[in-house]
Each structure stands twice: as C-alpha cells, then as structure tokens.
Design a protein around this ligand. Structure first.
Ligand SMILES: [Zn+2]
Length: 433
C-alpha cells in the first residue's frame, strides 16, 4: 500500500496503490480499442485546453507543454483553426530569433446561455473563456409556452446585439433532472413545466443546437471548465436555492448514474413526519436545508413581519434580527447534517456550496462545517468551500454544457448514452449569426 498523508489540508497520495493494479477488469460489451482516432481526439482536447489556459501560446510552447511532437501539434492546431475554435494572432520572435505565431481561443465564438428558475429566467451571451458579454433577466410564469416565447424573443435580441459574433449553440441549466437521451425534463418539482420540451422550443425558435443539464451539474461544470478544480478528482457541489441540487465529480468525471438521477440527495427523506415536498414524499432534506425552508421557518417564527425573498431574510439575519438568525441557523444546521450523508456516500475531497446562503457564509458557513464534521467515520473531513456566484456559475455552466458535448473524447466515450451532438461545421467561421 502507498503512503497516505492524513495531515489536514495536504493532498492525499494515492498513486502508489493504483500502480500496483496491473490489470483492470475490461467490460467487453462496451470496450473501445485505443484506436489512432481515439488517441487523436484525446490529444486534440488536451491541446485545446492548453490553448485556453495558456493563451496566447505558440505551437513550440504547446509541443513543450504537452510533450507531443511538433508535427502532431501543427496538425491538431490546423484542425482547431479550421473548426473555428482557435485563431492565430501576433507573430513573436523567440529566444533564438525564430518567429512564432501566437494562438488564442476564438473570442468571436460565443454561446447563448439560459438559466431557467421557477420565477425567472436569465439569458446571457458567454464566450469560450467564460466571459459574459451580456446577461439579463426575463420574468417567467407557470405557463411554459408563454415563458418560452418571451425567452426566445430576448435571445433573438441578444443575437442581434452581438451580430458580429458566431453563436455556437444554446446551453441551458434547469432546476431538475434531464433525460440524457431525449434531453427532456425527468424531474423538476420546483418548476411546473411538466412535459414541456424546452430543447425543441429553443431549436425551433432560434435554429441553434441546444444542450440541457441540471443546474447543479452546470455549476460544477463551470468550476471544471473555467475555474478552480485543478487537480481535484472527487468533489460534490450542492446548489442551495428553492430546492437542493447536487452534482458529483467522481474520478474527474461528472457522474450521472444509470438513469441520470445520481445525486438526488435533496429528495432523500430525513423525517417521514416532516413537511410535504414537491416530489410527493414527506420530510426531504431540501424541505429543511433549502432557501425555501429558511423562508418557511421564518414565517412560522415571525408571522407578523413578512419577508418577500431569501435575500431579504439573509439581510435581516445579518442585521441581528433574532427570528431571521434562528431561521437561517436552522437551515445551515440541516445543510451540514445532510452533508454527512453526502460524505458517507461519496467521500469527496471537496464540497462546494452555491446559492444565496453563501452571501452570509462567514456567519453560517461555520455552522454547516461543524454539523458536517460532527460524526466523521474516519479520516479527515472533506474541504468545505463556496463556489462563487451561483447565479453566474449556472450561466457559464450552461455554456460549459455545450462545450463539454463538443469535447471529442467526451463524445467518443459517451456516444451511446448522450444525445448525439452536432458536428462543428467547417464553414462556421464564415457563417455569422
Ligand atoms: Zn422531495
């Protein structure tokens, strides 16, 4: 067995035991041989990632960084330029005086991102580096047809406003679970859009490729693509809003399980006598640990002083309102207790929290942490951190959903389960939307 450091905050060394396993059980029913095409797809994704993170970068640098032969780099870069992902920039003279053309991702390639919430939707234009060119809110109603008409209209205006950009597609994050094959909503208790086909409506209205995923997955993808998960292979993100969404990163991959419902911790009943949940059960974790739960707790504690939103309640709590403090403390306690379940099930290295409660994290984060760490079976507890602005993360995650589906390796390894992605058209660089 290899050495495992148990010093808090230190990375656990687990590479040695892995090296001891010489043979891995291969599932012959779904095995894919390491063809030269697969190797090329993996290398292409790696080179694109080096360009995204090190731009502007030369072909020589890419060869040095990746260890790939200069001829391989040249071929991959040509393909990425042809497909419109990458563009050539300034010519720079290197140390030996040889000129190198610098490469960057194509800033003119953008995605429309849509974050659907129960009472509003946010539409945005996001570029390949996760930068927002525009974002604005659209008020939605219970009727999905009316809401989607407004959303499509706003998206059309955004496209017009950025008519100098090339729109790659639409990435959508929803507060629910999506069937990976049909991209239809499987479960969305807080969004009353039963049986409505968001993908078909958007494709028809805007003539762009559409990819949909759960909002927690979108936040985690945003962290993966644009951010701060470098080196972390096992993480859980809990999105705390009207409900509780959970996304799982297992072994460096987003884990969706057999039917796409992996991580529905929010709908595990922790009190069979508790309040009725939108999913039809009583006492789900989210009935105690969501923003909605904090609001309901406050209304019971202070029925005569109404609050309209969770932001208002958090402000009251911060200002020292006793009932407000009590309601959010109860939410934080329930959140921490549920995280014990998450930790026992998945043993993550890192747990990220997004949502309104993170705006008061210095006060309520320690309560969550204490509850989570209260009963550790063994070993150090997971690191607990906030994942930045959940509102923006869901949107940039929407863009990342689309980018991930364009990853060649992702496509070749998920081809049988994921919705078939549309190939990047070679003519796209010239086709302005
Ligand atoms: Zn439930």
């Amino acid at each position: 067995m290899g050495k495992r450091s148990t010093t808090p905050g230190r990375t656990i060394e687990a590479s040695a035991p892995e090296r001891l396993y010489g043979v891995r059980r291969i599932d012959l029913a779904s095995a894919q041989l390491a063809s030269s095409e697969l190797a090329r797809d993996i290398n292409r994704d790696i080179v694109l990632e080096f360009i995204r993170f090190r731009q502007p970068v030369s072909r020589v640098d890419l060869s040095r960084l990746s260890g790939l032969q200069p001829s391989t780099i040249s071929a991959i870069v040509e393909e990425l330029i042809e497909e419109g992902w990458v563009r050539e920039g300034a010519v720079v003279r290197g140390a030996r005086g040889r000129p190198s053309t610098m490469l960057s991702v194509n800033d003119d390639l953008v995605t429309l991102a849509l974050d659907v919430r129960p009472d509003q939707a946010i539409v945005a234009v996001v570029d390949l580096s996760g930068r927002f060119l525009s974002h604005e809110a659209v008020v939605t109603v219970a009727d999905p047809v009316t809401s989607m008409t407004k959303i499509i209209e706003r998206m059309r205006r955004l496209r017009l406003r950025h008519s100098d950009k090339t729109f790659e597609g639409i990435g959508v994050s929803v507060p629910g679970r999506v069937d990976r094959m049909t991209q239809r909503l499987l479960l969305a208790p807080n969004l009353k859009w039963h049986n409505f086909d968001i993908k078909a409506a958007l494709e028809k209205g805007l003539d762009l490729q559409v990819e949909i995923d759960n909002d927690a997955n979108a936040c985690l993808l945003s962290e993966l693509w644009y951010g701060r998960l470098e080196g972390v292979k096992d993480a859980v993100l809990v999105a705390v809003s009207e409900g509780l969404g959970t996304a799982i990163l297992a072994g460096g991959q987003l884990h969706s399980g057999f039917n796409g419902l992996a991580g529905e911790f929010g709908h595990i009943s922790i009190d069979p006598t508790g309040p009725m949940c939108g999913c039809g059960q009583r006492g789900c974790w989210e009935m105690f640990a969501s923003s909605r739960a904090a609001l309901q707790a406050y209304r019971k504690l202070a029925p005569k002083s109404p609050v309209r939103s969770i932001e208002e309640l958090l402000r009251l709590a911060e200002e020292g309102d006793p009932a407000g403090g009590k309601a959010v403390t109860a939410q934080a306690t329930a959140l921490g207790r549920g995280l014990r379940l998450v930790t026992a099930a998945l043993s993550p290295e890192l747990i990220l929290i997004t949502g309104e409660i993170t705006s008061c994290w210095s006060r309520f984060g320690p309560i969550v942490q204490k509850e989570m760490e209260n009963v550790m079976l063994a070993g150090p507890p997971p690191r607990l951190a906030t994942a930045g602005d959940g509102y923006l993360a869901r949107l940039s995650g929407g863009a990342a959903i689309l980018l991930q589906r364009h990853s060649r390796y992702h496509r070749s390894t998920h081809a049988s389960r994921a919705a078939k992605p549309v190939r990047v058209k070679k003519a796209r660089r010239r086709r302005k939307s």
